[in-house]
Structures are given as structure tokens and as C-alpha cells.
Design a protein around this ligand. Structure first.
Ligand code: ASP
Length: 631
């Protein structure tokens, strides 16, 4: 389904065959280099004249040579040939003189690679297949060559959904033949191409590669280490090109971007990969609004044409509003069920636990209304006078009316109520909100239409958060190079935890797809934040601090998580489905068995040796069978 819509879009509206250069504006477009007006030549330089999927009635009578994989064969009369662009029916010749062609086409196993040459003919009346883009024609074969025979496959290519993910990853090269993977990777390539075009050609950005062998960066995610030949010295794989892109601004490059590979050693998480790709951007002399407009334009420009266009500017909420209304800093705004503060309705309550909560500083009572929730949840409160809840009998009539008014409660709705400290109460209801949405959708209610793309900026984050493991210390909410909000600079020394930052996140359908900030370009301020507030070792960043002292321009930037963005755009169930060779949930490459053990001889030049865990045998054997723990 996916594939055909991609194919239709690609070939849609073309009266001439695809695969030929068709400059819409003739030679002018050629000299202007209007690449987006050109239809790619899919058959240049290779041993075919056309692709299987491009053939239509407009090709009738043409002599063609096709190369592809045998998708299936019917009664030794028809063979369906597949390439990246689609399927075409080939008629196997039955006459004596073509016995050798028949033998090749009838004996080659499914998924063998063949080259056929013949004529494009119409299918006999009544035998057209309207479900197939090439369904009006077929190929009358004259010659055939078996280019390579295929052994028995571990799974059928077309049964994409039926095989386990571990098996798909183990035979990724076969999995890539599926229509879904082809669609996902080609859409990704197309979007990246348009992004490059928008950034470089329309807005003067420079595409610059930055090193992946780097040194440790304080704060932030855990980094992968790479041993060096100098005893005890290691490179780190960068978690992002953050320092380099800032240094490029000091270097006067002015507008940088990179399709950047980043690495984070964060263990297994469902929507993360140890190596992933960011569209990494930095600009000089820019403010937050400038970056936001750039990203809105970028996404609008690169948005696939088979999806509904996106409207800009994207709405924006502050971090505090997002937390108070949705219980998270990445709200899914495709549906309501917002958190309502109902503390006032319960000020003089006699219900012990509510009274107790309200008597504490920051104590609140919050609620969400689940529309028609009575269908899926054990009922706590219902809108009519028969409130079905253990706490109902304690809620006086006028309070009930007040609650109904505040929450706009309808018959069959469910209200979930919680009491406690503001942030905790909101976070809890935020999680319940999503759980309830799942439950309602399981019952058939459509809350999150897959065709809807709901973008949202979240701004005014705090500059610092209490460290999880020791809450008296501070850590950066984004990263230590983020500038404080100009309105809060005066609080930096006295109450740093109250300082807002110039950090912005971009959220799409409840997933964070980007984040960035305006940076600190003043060396003194950067040193103070690193050393005094974050207690980091500034020696590790002396090169950056020094650079800020040599005329660093004001600058800011952002990074978009490409894998996550493409995953949401394609509607793929996992980011692994939009990456050609992803790692498993546990960070293994199930195809090649990486990471792999290394003979101790090979470790010697790096002056390191493995200290095997106690259960070393178990460990070694799990290395030899890496897919077991991943399934
Ligand atoms: N380097 C940041 C990140 O990877 C993005 C940025 O601040 O530009 O999240």
C-alpha cells in the first residue's frame, strides 16, 4: 500500500515514460540546475532499458530489457518480475523455438535475479489488473538470462509483518527488499535531499563534516570510548557535533548544517539507537524566533507530497504550561483530555487525603476527563447524580456541580483525580492521559488520527534541573552551552534553579523530534556556569572557552532527530524500520554479530585488556549468539 502511493507520486501525472530526463522547462531548467523539475533517469549506465515498475500503456510496442527478482510464477505461464520501482507481468513463451527461455524462467527459484528482453504488449481484454500500476500491460519475452539463482529463503519477502524482528535484522539485506523498507528509505532520502536544497541552495548554509573521533564532553549522555595507541588515552564518539558547530561560528562560517551521525551509549530504549542521525544546524546572529522560522520553513519545504501539507507557524507553549496542561514536556496535542486544576473546588473539603494534600506547599488537586471513559475504565465519577466512586459520598452537591462545570463532564465520561505536589500530580495524570488514549483507541475511538501531524514548540525550559542522583546539585536541562533567558540573568547567582533558558524543543505527535538553544557566547558567563554552577572540570573545555574569548559572534542552533522524524512521517512502528542497518534493542548488529570479541593480541597495541565478568563463560557464549537476548 505504502509502496504504490510512493510510486504513484513519483510517476503521477507523467505522460511520458519515467526514467528519462524530462526537463519541464527545456534547456533553461538544465542550465539553471532546477533539479526538482527533473525526472531522474533510473536506467542510465545499466543493463536495462526500463524499470519493471514504470511500464504503462504508453510504452506499448516498445522493445525493453528489464532486470529484476522473480516475485512469483503462475502455472509456468506468467512470471512476475520485481525491481525497486514495482512489479511487472512477464509472459513465459510456450512455443518450441523458445524452449531455452522457458526453461530458464520456469526453473529459476523465486527471488532469483533475471534479465529479460521483449515487447510491451496489452493484456487481453478482461485480464487487466487495476490493483497493479503496470496492470494494463505485460512483457512478451524473447530472451532471458539467469543472472543469479536464489537459494531457499529464510522467509518470504512479501510477508513483511509475519516474521520476527530478530529474523528480519539477521537477514536485513532480504528485509530491505520489502516494499515497506524500500518506501521508508526512499522517502528518507527524498526528504534529506529537499532539506539540503532548502538549507544550502535557498538559505546559504554550508554542509560541513565534523570529526567523530573526539574527546570526552562533560555533562550530557554517556559516550562510547575508542582506544588509542597512546597508553591510557581514549577518543570519545561525539554525542552531537555541538562544540564543533559552535567553533564553526567562531570561525566565521556563519551558517552550518550537517547530516550528522551521533553516538550515545545509553543502553536499550525502544525509540533510541546507539548511533543515530541528526540534521544539525547552527547560525550566527540569530535569535530563537529566527531558528523556529527556519525549521518551520525547512519542514514545510521537505514535507512529502503524498502527505497533507503542514501549516506554519507551529503553535508554542512554555515548559510550565506543557507540564500543567499535559503532564509532560512533549505533549501529544492531537487530542484533549487536558489536566485541570480543581484545587479551589476542594478548599474546604472534609476528605482526608485531599485536605492533607492541599495543606502542603505546592499541594494541588488535579483531574482529567476521559470522554466516554466509562466504556473502558472502572468508573470513579459519572456525570449524573449517581456518582460511582469510593469518594463520591464525600463530595457535596454544590461541589459536584462545580466539578461538572469546571471539567465539562458529560454522561459516560470518567474523571480521574489526583492530589499531591504540582509536578508529581501533573506527571502522573500525563501518563494516565496517554494510557487512557491507548485504551479508548483499542475500543475503536479515533483520538490520534495517523494522517494528522501535530507540531508544537516547547519553550522557556528551566536552565537547570536538580540532578536525579543528588537533587541538591544542578545539571543542565539541555546542555551546558545554552544561554539563560535574558529576563532571568539576575537570578543566576542567587537562585539559579529559577532561571529559564533560551532552549526550545520541537515536538511532533507527542515525540520530541528536535531541540536546540541560543548559546552562551561570553567566555566569562560560560566559565561561571560550568565551574561554579555545574561543578564541571573546565579544563576539558578550555579550547571552547578560549575560542569564545576571540570574538565569538552571538549564535544559536538546533538538531532534528532524523530517524524519529522519518519514523513519524512514515508511520513506521519503530525507528529501526527507517534505518537501513539498525542495531537491535540491545545494541547488537544481528547480521554481522557486532560487537564482537577481539583476540587479546589485537588489544595489545592499545594497552588494554578485558577483565572478564565472573560469569565469563556465559558472557562469552552470549557474545557468540547475540540475537538470543534481543528476541
Ligand atoms: N546538540 C544538541 C543536541 O544534540 C542540539 C543543539 O543544541 O543544537 O541535542
Amino acid at each position: 500500500m505504502y509502496f504504490y502511493s510512493w510510486l504513484r507520486r513519483l510517476c503521477g501525472g507523467l505522460s511520458t515514460p519515467c526514467g528519462r530526463t524530462q526537463p519541464v522547462w527545456g534547456t533553461l531548467s538544465r542550465s539553471l540546475g532546477l533539479s526538482s523539475q527533473r525526472i531522474p533517469e533510473f536506467s542510465s549506465f545499466v543493463a536495462r532499458t526500463n524499470t519493471c515498475g514504470e511500464l504503462r500503456s504508453s510504452h506499448l510496442g516498445q522493445e525493453v530489457t528489464l532486470c529484476g527478482w522473480i516475485q512469483y510464477r503462475r502455472q509456468n505461464i506468467f512470471l512476475v518480475l520485481r525491481d525497486f520501482q514495482g512489479l511487472v507481468q512477464v509472459v513465459i513463451p510456450q512455443d518450441e523455438s523458445s524452449a531455452s527461455v522457458k526453461k530458464i524462467l520456469c526453473e529459476a527459484p523465486v527471488e532469483s535475479v533475471v534479465q529479460v528482453s521483449g515487447t510491451v504488449i496489452s493484456r487481453p481484454p478482461g485480464q487487466e489488473n487495476p490493483k497493479m500500476p503496470t496492470g494494463e500491460i505485460e512483457i512478451k519475452v524473447k530472451t532471458a538470462v539467469l543472472l543469479n539463482s536464489c537459494k531457499k529463503l529464510p522467509f518470504e519477502i512479501k510477508d513483511f509483518v509475519k516474521k520476527t524482528e530478530a529474523l528480519r535484522l539477521q537477514y536485513r539485506y532480504l528485509d530491505l527488499r520489502s516494499f515497506q523498507m524500500q518506501y521508508n528509505l526512499r522517502l528518507r532520502s527524498e526528504m534529506v535531499m529537499k532539506m539540503r536544497e532548502y538549507l544550502c541552495n535557498l538559505h546559504g548554509f554550508v554542509d560541513i563534516e565534523t570529526p567523530t573521533l573526539f574527546k570526552r564532553t562533560p555533562g550530557g549522555a554517556k559516550e562510547f570510548l575508542v582506544p588509542s595507541r597512546e597508553p591510557g588515552k581514549f577518543y570519545s564518539l561525539p554525542q552531537s557535533p555541538q562544540q564543533f558547530k559552535q567553533l564553526l561560528m567562531v570561525g566565521g562560517l556563519d551558517r552550518y548544517f550537517q547530516v550528522a551521525r551521533c553516538y550515545r551509549d545509553e543502553g536499550s530504549r525502544p525509540d533510541r539507537q546507539p548511533e543515530f542521525t541528526q540534521i544539525d544546524i547552527e547560525m550566527s546572529f540569530v535569535d530563537q524566533t529566527g531558528i523556529q522560522s527556519l525549521i518551520e520553513g525547512l519542514l514545510q519545504y521537505s514535507w512529502p507530497s503524498d502527505k497533507a501539507p503542514i501549516a506554519v507557524p507551529f503553535p508554542s507553549v512554555t515548559f510550565a504550561e506543557a507540564l500543567a496542561t499535559y503532564g509532560t514536556d512533549k505533549p501529544d496535542t492531537r487530542f484533549g483530555m487536558k489536566i485541570v486544576d480543581i484545587s479551589d473546588a476542594f478548599r474546604n473539603t472534609e476528605i482526608g487525603f485531599l485536605q492533607d494534600a492541599l495543606s502542603k506547599t505546592q499541594g494541588t488537586i488535579k483531574a482529567i476527563r476521559i470522554p466516554e471513559g466509562a466504556e473502558v475504565l472502572p468508573i470513579f465519577l459519572i456525570a449524573n447524580s449517581n456518582w460511582n466512586s469510593p469518594v463520591a459520598k464525600f463530595i457535596m452537591e454544590e461541589r459536584r456541580l462545580e466539578l461538572i462545570r469546571l471539567m465539562e463532564i458529560q454522561e459516560e465520561d470518567v474523571v480521574l483525580l489526583t492530589a499531591g505536589e504540582h509536578q508529581k500530580a501533573c506527571t502522573l495524570l500525563g501518563k494516565l492521559r496517554l494510557e487512557c488514549a491507548d485504551l479508548l483507541e483499542m475500543r475503536g475511538m479515533v483520538l490520534r488520527d495517523p494522517a494528522v501531524f501535530s507540531f508544537l514548540w516547547v519553550v522557556d525550559f528551566p536552565l537547570f534541573l536538580p540532578k536525579e542522583e543528588s537533587p541538591r546539585e544542578l545539571e543542565s536541562a539541555h546542555h551546558p552551552f545554552t544561554a539563560p533567558h535574558p529576563g532571568d540573568i539576575h537570578l543566576l547567582c542567587s537562585e539559579p534553579e529559577k532561571v529559564r533558558s533560551q532552549h526550545y524543543d520541537l515536538v511532533l505527535n507527542g515525540s520530541e523530534i528536535g531541540g536546540g538553544s541560543i548559546r552562551i557566547h561570553d567566555a566569562e558567563l560560560q566559565r561561571y556556569i560550568l565551574q561554579t554552577l555545574l561543578k564541571e572540570d573546565v579544563k576539558l573545555l578550555s579550547h571552547l572557552l578560549k575560542a569564545l574569548d576571540y570574538g565569538a559572534p552571538p549564535h544559536g542552533g538546533i538538531a532534528l532527530g532524523l530517524d524519529r522524524l522519518i519514523c513519524l512521517v512514515t508511520g513506521a512502528p519503530s525507528i529501526r524500520d527507517v534505518i537501513a542497518f539498525p542495531k537491535s534493542f540491545r545494541g547488537h548488529d544481528l547480521m554481522s554479530n557486532a560487537p564482537d570479541s577481539i583476540p587479546s593480541e589485537d588489544l595489545k597495541p592499545y594497552h588494554i585488556q578485558v577483565s572478564w565478568p565472573i560469569d565469563s563463560e556465559a558472557e562469552k557464549s552470549s557474545l557468540n549468539h547475540p540475537h538470543c537476548p534481543d528476541c
